[in-house]
Design a protein around this ligand. Structure first.
Ligand SMILES: NC(=O)CC[C@H](N)C(=O)O
Length: 334
């Protein structure tokens, strides 16, 4: 009977879904990444009726501490599982703080049509009304579904299925924190039923030019995010360029507006060969051509990618050795 169940690999990396607090009412200030993958599995009654599970502890960190090194380890392990003919899909448990960055990275470099689902939680495992067990069950259900095949990396929390490109964390503590601005959820898990209603047309996984070989050995090219604000100056931009940044994502105001005091530093950085992406701190909407002086210095429009996702794409472009024109094209395509 159980031989007929889908076979799902669960790769654990830490986060609140693996968090233990000192009391059942504590929902902040606990230690993420303190429960093992086995503890997490044990907290989900009925999981073994849904899938045959293989579990791997890849890391056990708060995802605010994510590094290229851990990404490399996670990518290698995910690829190994996806290549195994005995495995039908992969579920990755992850802290929510950088979940969207890991999801977008994997969405751009993994080469598989098998379901790949990332899941986290907002309340620690020890909390009253912990959301992790149901999120994990729904993530496994999503990974088991034929409907998830070829959809790219999916993110499941709070009964919603989001696409890796557009999903973002929108609230510091609320269980309904993940949203895809403007696009919305791709699907839902309702009463255990997985269903999709839309898809992003942006290329992912097997459709992209990027591969995991870009993570080989060394860190991805140094790329900083500079957050724009009133009364800004150029110090952080100058420091970034002077200390080896190959790329800068400028999280501008509104439609990527650039403070006049920042423009000088950005121009000098671009003259030194740094690629600068103009993104937005607003959290929604596209950055498109605006004031001519911002495009004339050579800044590239970031489109609808938020700054942290624009940074991932820029790093992959730089690691691939793409030139300016190809990077513009990549930001249009992805
Ligand atoms: N809800 C969470 O997962 C946040 C916990 C932690 N900061 C992390 O991202 O891992």
């Amino acid at each position: 009977m159980s031989a007929a169940l889908p076979r799902i690999a669960i790769l654990a990396t830490g986060g609140t879904i693996a968090g233990k607090a000192s009391s059942a009412s504590q929902t902040v200030g606990y230690k993420p990444g303190s429960a093992s993958v086995q503890d997490i599995l044990d907290s989900v009654p009925g999981l073994s009726d849904v899938a045959e599970i293989t579990a791997v502890q890849v890391a056990n960190i708060g995802s605010e501490d994510m590094t290229d090194h851990i990404w490399t380890k996670l990518v290698r392990e995910t690829e190994e599982q996806l290549a195994d003919p005995e495995i039908d899909g992969v579920v990755i448990t992850h802290g929510t703080d950088t979940l969207e960055e890991t999801a977008f990275l994997l969405n751009l470099i993994l080469k598989s049509d098998k379901p790949i689902v990332i899941v986290g939680s907002m309340r620690p495992a020890t909390s009253i009304s912990a959301d992790g067990p149901m999120n994990l069950l729904n993530a496994v259900r999503t990974a088991c579904s034929e409907k998830s095949v070829g959809k790219g990396v999916l993110v499941v929390l709070n009964d919603e299925i989001h696409g890796a490109r557009d999903v973002t964390k929108t609230n510091t503590t609320n269980c309904a924190t993940f949203a895809s601005p403007r696009l919305g959820a791709l699907g839902f898990v309702t009463g255990g039923i997985v269903d999709f209603y839309k898809a992003s047309v942006k290329p992912h996984t097997t459709q992209t030019q990027f591969t995991s070989a870009l993570l080989n050995g060394s860190d991805l090219p140094l790329t900083d995010i500079i957050y724009a604000h009133a009364n800004e100056d150029s110090r952080l931009i100058e420091t970034s360029a002077a200390t080896g940044a190959k790329g800068i994502v400028y999280a501008g105001m509104g439609n990527g507006s650039v403070h006049v005091n920042a423009l000088k530093g950005l121009r000098e950085a671009i003259e030194k060969g740094v690629i600068v992406i103009r993104s937005s701190r607003t959290g929604s909407g596209a950055v498109v051509d605006s004031a001519p002086e911002w495009s004339e210095v050579g800044m590239i429009n970031g489109g609808t990618l938020n700054p942290q996702k624009a940074r991932i794409l820029l790093q992959l472009c730089l690691a691939s050795g793409l030139g300016r024109e190809e990077i513009i094209e990549a930001f249009n395509r992805y």
